[in-house]
Design a protein around this ligand. Structure first.
Ligand code: ACO
Length: 447
């Protein structure tokens, strides 16, 4: 197993490992046997437990970990999170620095290639992505087939999967040139398909990509252009969207990333694997949470009703959407940056009337024992919905705005999985507690 730890942590481990034994002794009280299994980076290999058997016919011990609460499924060098300290880094670079100094396309390059690009590399990257933004005219027919009130995430899932039927070369997943091509296509076409889905729901004509604009600027153009001969995105909104894209680009082994790795492990083409990841992101406990936050704030309606709502949350009737995280047990660092952007957008577009309700929810929750004890803090989704709404996006577009930038992280994780010699088709074990063998009962004899 190679190092997946930050350098300082790895060094500290190296120093102490010379004086202590990096093994775990396990006594199996069923047999009295003692086993010694190696520990690497604070981890034991689950397969080492298989040697614990009560007799030769025994399959061997396995570990039970529903929802992967304490299981590493891969070694990764892409994103580092320290949930207790509220740290997020892409390829070693702190998210705060990237949000301040980088652009989304540069950050996407970093995630996919491991290093920041030189200016020539960045130019080339930009060129190839902007030259893959157009979609086949037949794909427009797919979009036209959706009902007028279809959710844009549903359209995105289906249309990204449909791309697989257009690009047969995508099946060649072990060919680096093919992977590069599909990466350009997926990165380039995501905003186009997302914007076309939005325009379809409005019954408005599709706006074709403008390759002179930035990645977020062109997206705003495809969404909002009406009769202007040339759309000029507002620089504050373009910049805010770019930062939001950086913050959403990757987040290590979350539900949708685990999905692209799991589905991709069957060596299916990246369009089908990415469609599965988008489907996972659609769920209200994942990327759908920002939409749920707005619904919740609307339902609360006034500041005066916040305490009553919090009471209902504490009684287990519902969750405070946009709060809590499997990994962050401290303030989500992305939420801190987003709160700042929110004020920049509100200065331009006017304050979102739901902001006061959100701030009151946060204030009460951060002081309340229920939330403090469970380490429930605002996550990335708590404020994004308010910003998106102020920018003119309908609620149904919120998870789409998450999916577009996450494509870079998904593709980086997909490629890392494919090239990892230790990875195989993902196939967990189960604990079977169903019936023992029993004879088939004829239908007229069933009670
Ligand atoms: N509101 C109220 N209580 C909560 C919340 C919440 N938002 N989140 C967790 N809890 C409580 C649980 O009821 C549980 O309490 P208990 O110990 O008394 O049973 C405890 O906190 C632990 O919760 P789990 O569900 O075990 O935590 P888990 O790590 O499985 O869930 C999750 C994480 C899904 C994000 C959860 O906090 C949640 O549902 N949050 C609301 C949805 C949300 O905002 N999702 C976005 C996540 S960020 C992202 O995907 C981009």
């Amino acid at each position: 197993m190679d190092s997946a730890l930050p350098a300082t942590q790895a060094k500290a481990e190296d120093a102490s490992s010379s004086t202590r034994r990096e093994t775990l002794s396990i006594t199996d009280n069923r047999t009295g046997k003692v086993y010694e299994v190696p520990i690497t980076h604070g981890t034991i290999r689950a397969v080492d437990l298989r040697q614990l058997r009560v007799d030769p016919a025994d399959f061997g011990m396995i570990s039970y970990d529903p929802a992967y609460n304490n299981t590493a499924s891969c070694i990764s060098r892409i994103t580092y999170i320290d949930g207790d300290a509220g740290i997020l880094r892409y390829r070693g670079y702190p998210i705060e620095e990237l949000a301040e100094k980088s652009t989304y396309l540069e950050t996407a390059y970093l995630l996919l290639h491991g290093e920041l690009p030189t200016s020539a590399q960045l130019q080339d990257w930009h060129y190839h992505i902007t030259h893959h933004t157009f979609i086949h005219e037949s794909i427009k027919k797919f979009l036209d087939g959706f009902h007028y009130d279809a959710h844009p995430m549903g359209m995105l899932v289906s249309t990204i999967a449909a791309l697989s039927t257009f690009y047969h070369d995508a099946k060649d997943v072990f060919n680096p040139a093919s992977r590069k091509k599909q990466t350009y296509r997926l990165m380039g076409k995501m905003p186009t398909i997302a914007a076309f889905s939005y325009r379809h729901t409005l019954g408005m004509p599709f706006v074709y990509p403008d390759n002179e604009l930035s990645y977020p600027g062109n997206f705003l153009n495809m969404l909002f252009r009406t009769s202007e001969t040339r759309y000029r995105p507002n620089p504050t909104l373009e910049h805010a969207l770019d930062i939001l894209f950086i913050l959403h680009a990757d987040h290590e082994q979350n539900c949708s990333t685990n999905t692209i790795r799991g589905v991709g492990s069957s060596h299916v083409d990246p369009y089908c694997a990415a469609a599965a990841a988008i489907a996972a992101l659609y769920g209200p406990l994942h990327g759908g949470a920002n939409e749920e936050v707005l619904r919740m704030l609307n339902e609360i309606g006034t500041i005066q009703r916040v305490p009553e709502f919090i009471k209902r949350v504490k009684s287990g009737e519902m969750r405070l959407m946009g709060f809590g995280h499997r990994v962050y047990k401290n303030y989500d660092p992305r939420a801190r940056i987003i709160k700042k952007i929110a004020y920049e957008v509100f200065d331009l577009m006017g304050k979102n009337p739901l902001l006061e309700i959100a701030l009151e929810c946060e204030r009460i929750a951060l002081e309340d024992d229920y939330f403090v004890k469970r380490k429930l803090y605002p996550n990335v989704d708590f404020y994004t919905g308010l910003i998106y709404q102020s920018m003119g996006f309908p609620m149904t577009m919120f998870p789409v705005l998450f999916a577009i930038p996450r494509m870079s992280g998904w593709l980086a994780q997909w490629e890392e999985m494919l090239l990892d010699p230790e990875q195989k088709i993902a196939r967990p074990r189960q604990i079977y507690l169903g019936h023992d063998p029993r004879p088939y009962v004829a239908i007229d004899q069933r009670s």
